[in-house]
Write a protein that binds this ligand. Structure first.
Ligand SMILES: CC(C)(COP(=O)(O)OP(=O)(O)OC[C@H]1O[C@@H](n2cnc3c(N)ncnc32)[C@H](O)[C@@H]1OP(=O)(O)O)[C@@H](O)C(=O)NCCC(=O)NCCS
Length: 157
């Protein structure tokens, strides 16, 4: 990363994820989660899940983040979101979520739902900032026994 990029917001592009992106996405996935999805999960999502929509954030032709969602009628579920550790704190997560919200608005989605580890205050801060509210807790949701907060953003009141 260039020195001038250390604190500034980066000029990223957000576009649909392609099959060729999976290596880069999987690397970020493994660097970001204690219990990461398998590479095959991304392959399946892109090739055989009709309700899945995945997007990548690209900076200088390098994939620096991604987000996934499932759309079921007027409900969307954010399945995953991550930014490469070298590129965090530069509003890429912020931009990815704005993109998802805009995408959902265009597709008549009424509620965006997600789960987040109770310990993941960084991600929770991001979600609260974008207008998500806590609606419940799923006990022992993760394989290691941690609980998940369930959060929702309502798009049409
Ligand atoms: C959560 C994640 C996607 C945020 O991406 P990011 O690009 O670093 O975040 P941004 O720079 O866009 O910051 C957006 C907001 O997130 C919160 N945030 C980001 N970094 C933070 C930090 N170090 N401490 C506290 N809050 C933080 C803040 O609310 C911030 O808004 P602000 O800058 O106006 O204060 C990133 O930390 C990540 O990939 N984490 C690992 C994977 C993960 O936990 N995904 C969520 C699963 S539910």
């Amino acid at each position: 990363m260039k020195e001038q990029d250390q604190k500034t917001e980066l000029d990223i592009e957000i576009r649909p994820m392609k099959f060729e992106d999976i290596d880069a996405v999987d690397e970020i996935n493994r660097l970001s989660f204690s219990n990461p999805w398998s590479r095959e999960s991304f392959e399946r999502e892109l090739t055989s899940n009709k309700i899945a929509r995945y997007f990548v954030a690209v900076y200088n032709e390098k994939i620096v983040g991604f987000v996934g969602l499932w759309i079921i009628f007027q409900e969307a579920q954010i399945t995953t979101i991550a930014v490469h550790p070298d590129y965090r704190g530069k509003k890429i997560g912020d931009r990815l979520l704005d993109f998802v919200i805009e995408y959902c608005l265009k597709n008549q989605v009424r509620n965006i739902i997600l789960e987040v580890r109770v310990s993941n205050t960084i991600a929770q801060n991001l979600y609260y900032k974008k207008g998500f509210q806590k609606i419940g807790v799923r006990k022992w949701y993760y394989k290691d026994g941690e609980d998940a907060l369930v959060m929702v953003k309502k798009l049409f009141l």
